[in-house]
Design a protein around this ligand. Structure first.
Ligand code: FES
Ligand code: FE2
Length: 462
């Protein structure tokens, strides 16, 4: 069986021989069942984790870091996924290069974490081999004592891997990418381009280890179906969203009313809240319970509107966004004016394979998940809030490492995290049927899995 897979933004099509890879998946109980049923083994089995390690991670673009984490020449960020480590280095001319983080002598990791190489280059701790920040080898101790084979300058240079920058994010691909970065990201342009994501900066950035598969953790943030049970205090209209399935495994959920049109009118009636009060409560709840998407700034603006009558021709949401712009102008925040047709793309976006972002005017909440070593039931999980700051007042933010049970995650994220070990435990039951998905609200989850299968099929062909 063959299938044409169109690659977004290009005229190319690839012929994928899916049959062999589907047989392999079926043997491992990992074959997708219909369009709304995902077997447990795709989350819990070591075999599927290994398939992802071989087929997916080396060939897909991934967000390694933000540009502001490596602002100066010689600054570096180590991005780890599975057993791979990639060193992202800011170059002399401000551009970015990414290298396999392994010495060309005996493969020692060259740098860890995030920091600065100073004015020098990269030096291996073990025997002192050295490189310029562009990857060229500059020193080998006692070079004349090595055979000539594998010792030409191109053999000694660090292995450069594909990298690129978009919307302030540094993307890397640890081996050959399935497509070029521009084509890969093309379907996401409406979700990022209008909103000034490139000039946003970290407000906070926290990391943890979650007791679940990397996909289980992301699945908790791509749908609002869980909101009534997991976050009963939020007045979010969980089924107001529309799902857009995008090319290359990406996905998006939004409402045509924009983010400020998603509050639950049933709750307004129940709590006798007028539209203004409903908006204030929704904004202040997220500011207090997440400190992202809405923050103290938006809470302040929403509070200022409470006593003013709502103009007849405006919804509370539109009036609030207008007031936000007025505030931003006064505060020197370069909040972009967004057309109403673009505003609808403020919502929930999956950047395949492992990042989910929630956007609002001047704010972005991001989640990133990666496998944790060879344990399918554990993942590295990062959460970050980006905000638009007054020009020149952008803070320098250090990433915090917290236990997932730490109260500093605040209420909403703690509620989400508290589900994770129970999902893992249930998926590991012999009687688990995996996921049976809601076809309106949970299809972004299936979309990710289908795209992973495309990567598995490609790798199987090679
Ligand atoms: S392992 Fe790096 S110089 Fe020897
Ligand atoms: Fe949640």
């Amino acid at each position: 069986m063959t299938r044409n897979l169109k690659t977004a933004g290009t005229a190319t099509t690839e012929k994928l021989d899916l049959e062999a890879s589907q047989t392999l998946l079926a043997q491992a109980d990992c074959r997708l069942l219909g369009d709304d049923h995902i077997p447990s083994a795709r989350y819990t089995s070591k075999l599927f984790l290994d398939l992802e390690e071989k087929s997916l991670w080396p060939h897909t673009w991934q967000i390694a870091c933000r540009l502001e984490e490596i602002p100066d020449r010689g600054d570096y960020y180590e991005y780890e996924v599975n057993t791979e480590s990639i060193l992202v280095v800011r170059q002399e001319d401000g551009s970015i290069k990414a290298f396999a983080n392994a010495c060309r002598h005996r493969s020692t990791r060259l740098a860890q974490g995030c920091g600065s190489l100073g004015q020098g280059g990269i030096r291996c701790r073990y025997h002192g081999w050295s490189w310029a920040i562009n990857g060229e080898n500059t020193f080998v101790l006692d070079q004349g004592e090595f055979s000539d084979e594998g010792m030409k300058p191109e053999d000694l240079a660090l292995i450069e891997v594909p990298s690129g920058v978009r919307w302030g994010f540094v993307f890397v691909c640890p081996d050959t990418p399935s497509t070029d970065l521009e084509s890969f990201l093309a379907p996401l342009e409406p979700m990022f381009e209008p909103f000034g994501v490139d000039i946003m900066r970290y407000d906070w950035y926290k990391s943890t280890v979650l007791p679940c598969n990397w996909k289980v953790s992301l699945d908790a943030f791509v749908e609002n179906y869980h909101v009534p049970a997991t976050h009963p205090q939020l007045i979010l209209d969980h089924n107001a969203y529309e799902y857009l399935q995008l090319e290359n495994g990406h996905a998006h959920n939004h409402t045509h009313k924009g983010r400020e049109g998603t509050f639950d009118s049933k709750l307004v009636e129940r709590d006798a809240l007028n539209e203004r009060e409903q908006l204030y409560r929704a904004v202040s709840d997220l500011a207090d319970q997440v400190n992202a998407i809405y923050t103290d700034r938006e809470k302040f603006v929403a509070a200022g509107l409470r006593k003013r009558p709502l103009p007849e021709d405006l919804s509370a949401g539109v009036d609030f966004v207008n007031a936000l712009h007025e505030y931003a102008e006064g505060a020197g925040i370069p909040l972009p004016k967004v057309s109403s047709s673009d505003t609808k793309y403020l919502g929930v976006t999956t950047i395949f394979p492992n990042v989910v972002v929630l956007t609002s005017n001047g704010n972005l909440l991001g989640y990133r998940a990666r496998p944790n070593g060879d344990d399918p039931n554990s993942c590295l999980f990062d959460v970050f809030s980006l905000r638009m700051f007054p020009v020149g007042e952008e803070p320098i933010v250090e990433r915090e490492e917290l236990e997932w049970t730490d109260s500093r995650w605040k209420l909403v994220l703690s509620q989400d995290f508290s589900n994770m070990p129970h999902v893992t435990a249930g998926l590991r039951s012999r009687h688990s049927r995996g996921y049976k998905l809601n076809r309106q609200q949970e299809m972004a989850i299936m979309n990710t899995h289908r795209e992973i299968d495309n990567y598995i099929a490609r790798a199987h062909e090679q």
